[in-house]
Design a protein. Structure first.
Length: 364
């Protein structure tokens, strides 16, 4: 009897260990598909070129005091912030591009890998909070860190939800810190109409906050030149009907407002959901009825908190579930890393990638 019990325990233990090993492989060790490796190489090269030879991140103290209008509030700075917390990856990458990593005391909200240039700059920046909250610090951890500036995306995101143990905006400000909302949106309950220009506005404001406007303006100029090059390249091409799928194998979401709408239009596309309210999960019936000639789908890697989006799995799911969409019938499904379509310095990498997907003949 005892042998049977021990044998049963041994079997359960073995299954548990094997499942753990499979989970670790699928989450951390599984090699990226070739398309992801190719995209990473292009993005790494692009960021290295973007950062080359920028003006130094040495603050010009003669520019203070500085007044910044941000989401209906006025922020005042008498000197460059010295204890900065970045709370979401896109604005965090802006801070790294501006070269002020020595002023950053912690990052949260990092959900994708960094380009090599940024990873090297961020290697000494600690992660705050718990991995279960994407390293967003709770109220006690925020108080202990004593930041003088918190850079976030939006003012009503979960990062300031007291029900989850986080400090509210008012509580952060009561600690003596100011809160700058980057990204393309201030209030997540209101549909944003801000496009790529929001990145330039944020770089301009952060450049002033840290007294490094020459560096910020050079970044803006380089990004704008690349943006205009794409617009010029597709100017005489017939627009292509396109949809940006941002779901997984179980839920359907589409990106069709603000930055994503701007990206598709400037890349030479017609967003099939333009002007429609697609907030929340979409029904399979509605998605199946679209006549998009190109289907973009957002991807990001697995991590221990959020399940990633494997391009091979998503593409197989789309092909089997929506076989009548023209893009699927013609094999025009393209993975796009979600991070390069968000409000950060990698946005033009996203624009260039989408333009190549829509008009490959122009970018041969």
């Amino acid at each position: 009897m005892k042998r049977k019990i021990f044998r049963g325990i041994g079997i359960i233990f073995t299954v548990f260990v094997l499942y753990g090993l499979y989970w670790a492989y699928d989450t951390y060790w599984k090699p990226d598909p070739p398309v992801v490796k190719q995209q990473d190489a292009v993005i790494n090269s692009s960021i290295t070129e973007l950062m080359a030879g920028l003006p130094p991140a040495t603050p010009d103290l003669s520019k203070y005091p500085v007044s910044i209008e941000n989401c209906g509030r006025t922020l005042m700075f008498t000197k460059p912030p010295e204890r900065v917390i970045g709370m979401w990856q896109p604005p965090n990458e802006m801070l790294l591009a501006l070269g002020i990593q020595d002023r950053i005391i912690g990052f949260g909200g990092m959900y994708d890998k960094l380009p090599t240039e940024f990873a090297n700059a961020a290697q000494d920046i600690p992660k705050l909070g718990s991995i279960l909250t994407l390293n967003i610090p709770n109220k006690e951890e925020m108080l202990k860190a004593q930041p003088d500036l918190v850079v976030t995306e939006g003012l009503d995101s979960f990062a300031f939800d007291p029900a989850q143990g986080f400090a509210t905006i008012a509580e952060v400000e009561a600690m003596g810190a100011q809160v700058y909302a980057g990204g393309s949106i201030c209030d997540f309950t209101v549909t944003s109409t801000r496009g790529i220009e929001s990145i330039y506005e944020n770089l301009d404001a952060l450049g002033k906050i840290f007294g490094i406007s020459p560096r910020a303006q050079e970044l803006i100029a380089r990004l704008k030149a690349r943006e205009q090059a794409v617009i010029d390249a597709v100017a005489n091409e017939a627009p292509v009907k396109v949809v940006f799928y941002n779901g997984d194998t179980s839920s359907i979401y589409v990106m069709n407002t603000a930055i994503w709408s701007d990206l598709m239009k400037k890349a030479g596309g017609i967003n099939v959901f333009e002007g429609q309210d697609t907030g929340g999960k979409m029904s399979p019936e509605v998605f199946a009825s679209i006549d998009a000639d190109v289907l973009l789908y957002g991807i990001f890697p697995d991590n221990s908190v959020m399940p990633g989006r494997d391009p091979l799995k998503i593409e197989a799911h789309l092909q089997s579930t929506f076989p009548n969409i023209p893009a699927i019938q013609n094999g025009r499904l393209y993975p796009v890393p979600s991070i390069i379509t968000e409000a950060s310095v990698r946005i033009i990498d996203g624009l260039e990638m989408i333009a190549r997907d829509l008009h490959p003949e122009v970018f041969k």
